[in-house]
Design a protein around this ligand. Structure first.
Ligand code: 6R9
Length: 660
């Protein structure tokens, strides 16, 4: 973000007060901030009481071995029981848990299915029994690689029910990306489907699992079983020794299953996310604190009224937002929600707005990148639908620019709905900084203040809080229940990545830059490290550079995130070819782009690839990405004094027009 955009942002002075009725009836009011400040542990203990525990904890927080936290020490609970069974036992078995809106959509009618809490209880129990029969026990890892079908939720809850940590891999990731995750967490079983639908067309998933399984075998790790859901009915290669149909194994299993209570610190899941080095980090979340954090924040930030609200989060379960705000938070709160498969604008540009109209959605949660793309299409499309049911709109994944915020509120929310701009991360497990819809007067573009129970600040290089009106690094200053516990198999990397930057103060370093305005409200500005944010998805520059360098024609590469009006940031790659590759041939750009797609997945595909003769490096050999970003964003190239060879930037800037 340039200084100029930042200055403009902070000139933003529109305020949106909460609607009076919402404020009067809000689940969480202003006094919660005071209660949490007075006694943070007692505050979180009160939130933990919203769940059902088999054994109560005897200590709220054990921070003796910081930064390794234990929350609700000695407590025991089952996450799936909390998300499913307890609602059935409370007489809400007939309540719809999930309105699934799938693909394909034929003649305007989608493939749909409603699942009640009683349905979920039966299916989760069957899946839990089937996984147990396949040899999955407490502590074994299960990978889930699925489209957005109800079975994805069922599979996650079945794992939670038997204490087998799941690792959900986004269905858009390649076989290679899947293989490295299977290997890293040593997954015993993979749950997948023959294929999935996108824009009405079936695409295969199972072949990527087969390929990944072969790859992990070469790495020395053998996946025992692959449980396959028949979704599209397409042909699949079958290996009798490993492959099992879901409809056989799960379909024939008993619908009775008694959940076992697990320790509050028992691992619930591992979610891989991009870091600053090539290897994705397996973020570990455990059971008790995570469920407390995700369910409390969902109740507070969305002011969820389970008897009347219809909630919809458009995320994919392959991301943390899908974990915390489709599966665990909402279901623990007994919500009725929409789950959808597909894309926002297919088969019709107004698909989302039609879903809101049809299901009378009241709480809606999506990402700025989607809002910007709808803005581009124009308000004529949403204006055709009745969205008067909406009462709160949420935003997540990247900073929301004030214009998108105001458009979202005005066009989608009819100027009635507060917007909750929620800042959080895979690592934080649940929302950390956000307005409360019944309390906060929202400012377009600001995530505002840490929610009750969370303590965060913006600090300078030395870890001192910056005064209002200044910028710095975003930190969390005290532990919170849904915090990551470690990086799977790599405690040192956990300490290094998050706790060494402000070791003396004991602050969690989020990797984001932020500014406090004159009122002290927080504006998150984006990453300060080599992590990009493309359409709300985290990608590491190093990971894409490694993918490019693994191509036989490539000698070296540098990747930057350039600002992009649609996707927030976009991947721009600079590539030096090997001598023997000559000019790479006429299709070199496409070849490299396809290669990245294959290695990581379509979301990592560069917007632009430039073949360059050299990369700008400092004398110590560090690539100066700042200069490459200048070129990618079409600016005059900044200070080149520290370059070992300043003429290189002229070559790169001149070459840009011809090589893209
Ligand atoms: C939940 C999620 C985390 C990174 C985070 C930050 C960016 C997320 C934001 C936001 C500004 C918001 N981010 N929400 N930036 N305002 N409301 O997105 O997790 O995929 O781990 O990404 O996303 O840069 O550090 P994750």
């Amino acid at each position: 973000m340039t200084d100029e955009t930042l200055a403009n942002l902070l000139k933003e002075d529109r305020r949106f007060e909460p609607p009076a009725e919402l404020a009067a009836n809000a689940n969480v009011k202003a006094d919660a901030y005071d209660a949490a400040r007075a006694d943070r542990e007692a505050f979180w203990a009160a939130q933990a009481d919203r769940l059902s525990w088999d054994t109560r904890w005897d200590r709220v927080l054990d921070w003796d071995n910081a930064p390794f936290a234990k929350w609700f020490v000695g407590g025991k609970l089952n996450a799936a029981y909390n998300c499913v069974d307890r609602h059935v036992e409370a007489g809400r078995g007939d309540k719809v848990a999930i309105h699934w809106v799938g693909e394909p959509v034929n003649d305007g009618v989608a493939d749909t299915r409603d699942l009640t809490y009683a349905d979920l209880q039966r299916e989760v129990s069957q899946a839990a029994n089937a996984l147990t029969d396949l040899g999955v026990g407490k502590g074994d890892r299960v990978a889930i690689y699925l489209p957005m079908i109800p079975e994805a939720v069922v599979a996650m809850l079945a794992c939670a029910r038997i204490g087998a940590p799941h690792t959900v891999v986004f269905g858009g990731f390649s076989a290679d990306a899947l293989a490295s995750r299977l290997d890293d967490c040593q997954a015993k079983v993979v749950i997948t489907a023959d294929g999935g639908y996108r824009r009405g067309t079936a695409s295969a998933l199972k072949p990527a699992v087969d390929e990944a399984r072969t790859k992990t075998a070469q790495m020395g790790h053998v996946v025992d079983k692959v449980l396959v859901i028949r979704r599209t009915g397409q042909e699949v290669a079958w290996d009798d020794a490993t492959d099992v149909w879901w409809h056989d194994a799960v379909g024939n299993a008993s619908t009775e299953h008694t959940p076992e209570a697990f320790d509050a610190e028992h691992p619930l899941y591992v979610m891989y996310t991009s870091g600053t080095t090539g290897k994705p980090k397996g973020i570990l979340h455990t059971t008790g604190g995570y469920l407390v954090g995700s369910s409390y924040t969902h109740h507070a930030v969305f002011d969820l009224k389970p008897d009347t609200d219809v909630y919809w989060c458009t995320a994919d379960i392959g991301w943390v937002t899908g974990h915390s705000y489709i599966v665990y938070g909402p279901l623990a709160n007994g919500v009725t929600q929409v789950l959808y498969e597909g894309t926002p604008d297919s088969p019709e540009p107004g698909r989302w707005w039609k879903i809101i109209q049809d299901y009378k959605v009241t709480l809606f949660y999506t990402a700025p990148t989607a809002i910007r793309s709808f803005m581009k299409q124009g308000r004529e499309i949403p204006d055709q639908y009745d969205m008067s049911s909406l009462r709160i709109l949420g935003s997540v994944g990247e900073p929301i620019n004030p214009e998108a915020y105001v458009w979202y509120r005005h066009v989608i929310g009819g100027d009635r709905t507060p917007i909750v701009d929620t800042w959080w991360q895979t690592e934080t497990g649940s929302v950390m900084i956000s307005p409360l819809p019944g309390v906060t007067a929202g400012k377009p573009g600001s995530a505002m203040t840490p929610i009750p129970g969370i303590e965060a600040d913006v600090v300078d290089d030395d870890g001192n809080p910056v005064p209002n009106g200044s910028g710095g690094y975003l930190v969390v200053t005290s532990p919170w229940p849904s915090m990551l516990r470690t990086i799977w198999g790599d405690d040192d990397r956990y300490v290094d990545t998050y706790w060494s930057r402000f070791k003396q103060q004991g602050y969690y370093f989020a990797g984001d830059g932020a500014k406090k305005d004159t009122d002290g409200d927080i504006w998150v500005l984006g990453r300060v490290d080599d992590v990009m944010n493309v359409s709300g998805h985290r990608l590491s520059t190093t990971e894409i550079e490694s993918a490019l360098v693994s191509h036989p024609k490539v000698a070296e590469s540098a990747v930057v995130g350039a600002s992009d009006p649609d996707t927030g940031q976009a991947v721009v790659a600079y590539v030096i070819l090997r001598n023997e590759a000559g000019d790479g041939g006429p299709d070199i750009v496409k070849e490299l782009s396809d290669h990245v797609r294959k290695e990581i997945g379509p979301i990592a595909k560069p917007r632009q690839i430039m073949i360059v003769p050299e990369l700008p490096k400092t004398r110590s050999g560090k690539i100066m990405r700042r200069l490459l970003r200048d070129v990618a964003e079409g600016r005059a190239v900044g200070d080149t004094q520290t370059l070992a060879d300043a003429s290189i930037m002229d070559l790169i800037s001149a070459g840009q027009a011809t090589s893209t």
